[in-house]
Write a protein that binds this ligand. Structure first.
Ligand code: PMP
Ligand code: GLN
Length: 404
């Protein structure tokens, strides 16, 4: 077969997919010189002390060789202490924590471990972009359940309809990208009650990469906290989010079930074998120091301040800004001032206002009509947020109340 580039080509399992909306908007932002509040990454770096630890690790020959398959023991222990002290979850570090090449790999490996051909996976929409293709690659069947705006609570009737003996996994993401909603304890209870009755084999894959980015009065409720799900789930976390290093692609999985963790590791060892070693040694040392824990404890306040800078700079912009519950994103409803599909509006804003954001429709298999939200990332320096605010004000002032 001959593909688009003219060379030999055989159709792959995901041939229907193009590049992700995050890559697409970042490319557009770069090409037109827009402030990039689209793809979620900070424009500031990791703490300096952590960088010092990274340099030390890179200088040590043995720290540059394969790490143990499940992770460097000192890091497993540091992770167990971190989640013990900040989330109140006690785990045996060596048996129940596995270091991964980021949360995406952790989630993919969970799917590869449990989803067989025809196995069903519940995905709440809007959904982070890797979930659906991750299921499809395994030959599984995605069963979508909407989160209903504006509170983004799951559609429980639909959930009841899709759960069955065939359900192998339910993917939950809290705090949620892109809506920012934080799962309530009652939602976990309701999910458990429905699953116990209709899908007793189901396990939860809980994507908790923003666990430490939750804003008062909301609190992070992990699958690991829950009486039913605690023993039937794996929670996935990301150092990229914890220490402003999305490019490191390092994360970890925690499960209170050693049986589930053992099965996960059997696949993990053949997907990556082990994750980046020097970064693991550096993170272990950094977390062992008081500063590491202090940084994590301060994350929510630090990001709250960034959000405040952004909200102040866009206070006169006539979009309806939805207070985030968690994550480093904020949704804006543009329905009152702009017309058109969200993808086109996002492109127009990037080209004409010089600020890039992410439309919500790519987070759906079939987007509902009339979606009028854009997602902005506020994990940026004050200068960046203020510049974005200036550009948005100038653009909307220029429209002068006209709907464009
Ligand atoms: N899950 C969610 C909800 C995310 O927003 C992201 C992206 N940052 C990831 C997973 C991926 O995390 P990682 O970069 O560690 O693979
Ligand atoms: N998680 C990031 C976001 O939601 C993007 C990660 C990626 O580009 N794949 O923007």
């Amino acid at each position: 077969m001959v593909g688009g580039s003219g060379g030999f080509w055989v159709r792959g399992k995901l041939h229907r997919y193009g590049i992700s909306i995050f890559a697409e908007m970042t490319r557009l932002a770069r090409s037109v010189g827009a402030v990039n509040l689209a793809q979620g990454f900070p424009d500031f770096g990791p703490p300096l002390l952590l960088i010092e630890e990274v340099k030390r690790a890179f200088r040590d020959p043995l720290m540059n060789q394969y790490a143990p398959m499940v992770g460097v023991p000192a890091l497993q222990e540091a992770i167990a202490r971190l989640i013990g002290e900040t989330l109140g979850i006690q785990v045996d570090p060596l048996r129940r924590v596995t270091v991964t090449a980021g949360a995406t790999q952790a989630i993919y490996t969970c799917l590869a471990t449990w989803v067989e051909k025809g196995g069903e996976v519940v995905v709440f929409e809007p959904a982070y972009d890797s979930y659906v293709p991750g299921v499809e690659v395994q030959g599984g069947r995605v069963r979508c359940v909407p989160l209903v705006a504006p509170g983004w609570e799951p559609d429980w009737n639909r959930l009841e309809d899709v759960l069955s003996e065939k359900t192998v996994c339910i993917i939950v993401n809290t705090p949620h990208n892109p809506t920012t909603v934080v799962w309530r304890r009652e939602w976990w209870d309701r999910l458990a009650e429905l699953a116990q009755r209709r899908a007793p084999r189901a396990i939860v894959i809980s994507d908790e990469v923003y666990a430490w980015l939750v804003f008062r009065p909301f609190r992070h409720v992990s699958a690991l906290h829950h009486a039913y799900w605690g023993s039937r789930s794996l929670s996935c976390f990301s150092f990229g989010k914890l220490f402003h290093a999305t490019g490191w692609k390092l994360g970890f999985v925690v499960s209170l079930s050693s049986g589930l963790m053992e099965e996960f590791r059997k696949v993990h060892q053949f997907v990556v074998f082990s994750a980046n070693a020097p970064l693991q040694y550096a993170l272990a040392r950094y977390l062992d120091r008081g500063e590491g824990l202090a940084e994590v404890r301060g994350l929510s306040d630090a990001f709250r301040s960034r959000l405040d800078v952004f909200l102040k700079s866009v206070s006169s912009v006539p979009l309806v800004w939805r207070q985030p519950e968690g994550t480093y994103f904020i949704l804006a409803d543009y329905g009152g001032v702009l017309d058109g599909e969200d993808r086109l509006v996002a492109e127009e804003l990037t080209r004409s206002a010089g600020v890039a954001a992410i439309p919500l429709s790519p987070f759906y298999v079939e987007a509902p009509s009339g979606l009028r939200y854009l997602r902005f990332c506020f994990a940026k320096r004050s200068e960046t947020l203020e510049e974005a605010g200036r550009r948005l004000r100038a653009y909307f002032d220029g429209l002068g109340g006209r709907k464009s």
